[in-house]
Design a protein around this ligand. Structure first.
Ligand code: ZN
Ligand code: ZN
Length: 398
């Protein structure tokens, strides 16, 4: 029998947040002040009651806006360096320690759930669930899969048999999803327009995911690659900067999700990452960034379900909240808040449990100073955080 370790600091069994003005991302309303009582990591009761709960920690949220904990649907928590050769030189233990730091910092920004899109394995998600780390809950899929010659950093598979074998092993080991690269990348040896994997290979992958009751996420850029992925049954489209009307039609028909990642291009353009990038590559990044804004605008006005993604690495990681500001160029604050809460929860199959502050949901929430519905900067700026609660645990803020 495995011995479970105690969490490294004590977590209150029950907490009562007083005077909490809760923002509901579904309706866009901010309710009158209420008390939120959490117990054993869940929200047990939301009411106007002022009774004291024996043994509960009391916190005053008066004057702040309470939101669900944020969800980043495209992160790389294991990529704390932008230099992949350097990462490969790390021992597994050192790598894990670096990752623990990345996760803690994400939580301090208010992210209480993160979907890793390549790198993190199920062991890390387990360590978070067992509270060995102070970290957001994690959805992990293991390595990214690409064909020979494809855009990827991790595992190469060719042909239906190899795909089925590799994916069965991944799902057996607890992968929540698997990400495949179905086209080239902006900074990649494989041309952006090039398509990766045959239709038969993609169908085999989608079939394995269906059998495991999981799903396939795809790295894709061009309209052709996005449409092909959606037609073949891919559930989440990552990046997808070059959408056209046919893509929009397929998103709606297939009930699929769009996860743009503007922050990663912005990190390059602002000089935080991508040092030593050739001028023509930089121009390509600028173009893909602008086309990404246009695609979000197109998708949002058609009612496509859009998740909040960032896709940051190394020196770019501190810009995880910048995506709020970037999207505000083409979207209203409430739409962006929905992306980072209720839509993120749908993507990982946790509707009603994550991305919402209501009875029965995880006790994952943040209280911010200001009204993010009128000023999205309140969410884009980590210093507005006054309370961060993750699974009922109140985080000490710096
Ligand atoms: Zn990608
Ligand atoms: Zn990525």
């Amino acid at each position: 029998m495995a011995v479970r370790l105690e969490p490294h600091r004590s977590i209150p069994e029950a907490v009562v947040l007083r005077n909490a003005r809760i923002l509901d991302p579904r309706s866009g309303d901010i309710a009158a002040p209420q008390s939120i009582m959490t117990r054993d990591g869940r929200i047990e009761e939301i009411s106007s009651s002022t009774r004291t709960v024996s043994g509960a920690v009391e916190v005053d949220a008066g004057g702040f806006t309470v939101l669900p904990g944020l969800i980043d649907s495209h992160a790389h928590v294991t990529q704390s360096s932008g230099d992949f050769q350097e990462i490969l030189s790390w021992t597994p233990d050192y790598h894990a320690a670096r990752t623990a730091r990345v996760l803690h910092e994400m939580l301090l920004r208010g992210f209480t759930l993160v979907r890793d899109m390549g790198g993190a394995d199920n062991g890390l998600a387990r360590a978070v669930d067992e509270r060995l780390l102070t970290a957001p809950r994690l959805k992990a899929g293991g390595p990214i899969f690409a064909p020979t010659g494809g855009h990827a950093l991790t595992e190469v598979v060719d042909g239906e048999v190899e795909i089925r074998r590799a994916f069965r092993a991944r799902f057996r080991d607890g992968a929540d999803h698997i990400k495949m690269t179905l086209s080239g990348g902006v900074i990649s040896k494989m041309r952006l327009e090039a398509l990766a994997f045959s239709e038969e290979e993609i169908l085999a992958a989608v079939d394995e995911a269906r059998l495991a009751q999981r799903y396939i996420a795809a790295h894709v850029y061009t309209a052709e690659a996005v449409s092909r992925a959606l037609r073949l049954g891919v559930r989440t489209i990552e990046h997808g900067n070059l959408l056209d009307e046919e893509c929009i039609r397929l998103f709606l028909e297939k009930d699929a999700y769009y996860v743009p990642t503007l922050a990663t291009y912005w990190a390059i353009l602002s000089g935080a990452t991508g040092h030593g990038l050739a001028p023509e590559k930089r121009a390509a990044v600028q173009d893909i960034f602008e086309r990404g804004l246009e695609s979000i605008s197109l998708a949002a006005s058609a009612g496509v379900k859009i998740g909040y993604g960032t896709d940051l690495h190394g020196e770019g990681l501190p810009f995880q909240l910048e995506e709020f500001r970037l999207r505000a160029r083409v979207q209203e604050p409430l739409e962006i808040i929905r992306s980072a809460t209720i839509v993120g929860a749908e993507i990982v199959g946790e509707s009603g449990k994550a991305g919402i502050v209501e009875e029965g949901a995880y006790a994952d929430l943040i209280a911010v100073d200001g009204d993010p519905l009128s000023d999205i900067g309140v969410l884009a700026d980590a210093s507005s955080r006054r309370i961060i609660m993750s699974g009922g645990d109140l985080l000490p803020l710096p």
